[in-house]
Design a protein around this ligand. Structure first.
Ligand code: CA
Length: 222
């Protein structure tokens, strides 16, 4: 899953970036409001962590503009502004969560995962389809009781497909979410990961179907 971090404080930004990357997410980091809007209009993100006091454009304006464009991307505000009015303003502008600085990185990660679960309509930290289960905290997939040996990329692709289970996900959309903007993963690479996943998922009761020209669909085998 790919996260946009918008934070102008270099020390805090670096700490959050590392923690979120270590938790298995792909992160793009922007340091001002205009950069953030450029990123949000040009790339797909699964969630945004947004500071409010930003150079060039306030975080709240970035958020309002995002919602004006009709984007439902979950947004968590990270801020030291702790009055009730400020929090209400943030939530009314379309934020999904509000975390006060200073915060513990563990709480940030827990809230980020909760935000993503809500956005995908998943109640549990463990997703189960057929005999396949995926623990989104340990980032471990298992078939029955047997853990699957998957590469980091394979886990990322599986997690994306699982969170969109039963719905088609375009190949470009998967490729886009596998790397930050300074790297690139081609559509061909996605095909390779899906091919490997299919082999490893044999006997799990879960299949990844190819819908020509549309993308991939993960679902329980019928
Ligand atoms: Ca700031």
């Amino acid at each position: 899953m790919k996260i946009l971090l918008v934070e102008d404080d270099p020390t805090l930004g670096e700490a959050v970036l590392l923690a979120v990357q270590q938790a298995g997410f792909i992160v793009d980091w922007t340091r001002d409001g205009i950069q953030a809007e450029t990123a949000l209009t040009g790339y797909a993100y699964d969630a945004v962590m947004l500071d409010l006091g930003l150079p060039r454009r306030e975080g709240l304006e970035v958020l309002r503009n995002l919602r004006k464009r009709g984007a439902t991307t979950p947004v968590m505000i990270l801020t030291a502004r702790d009055t009730v009015e400020e929090r209400v303003k943030g939530l009314n502008a379309g934020a999904d969560d509000y975390l006060l600085k200073p915060f513990a990185l563990d709480e940030l990660l827990a809230r980020l995962r909760a935000l993503l679960r809500r956005a995908h309509g998943v109640a549990d930290t463990c997703i189960r389809i057929g005999r396949l289960s995926f623990d989104s905290i340990k980032r471990q997939a298992s078939v029955g009781e047997t853990p699957l040996v998957l590469s980091a990329r394979e886990i990322q692709v599986l997690e994306l497909l699982l969170s969109h289970a039963g719905r088609v996900m375009a190949k470009e959309s998967i490729a886009d979410r596998l790397t930050g903007w300074d790297e690139g993963v081609g559509d061909n690479a996605v095909e390779v990961y899906v091919h490997r996943l299919r082999r490893k998922l044999e006997g799990s009761g879960v299949v990844i179907r190819t819908l020509r020209g549309l993308g991939y669909l993960l679902e329980a085998e019928r």
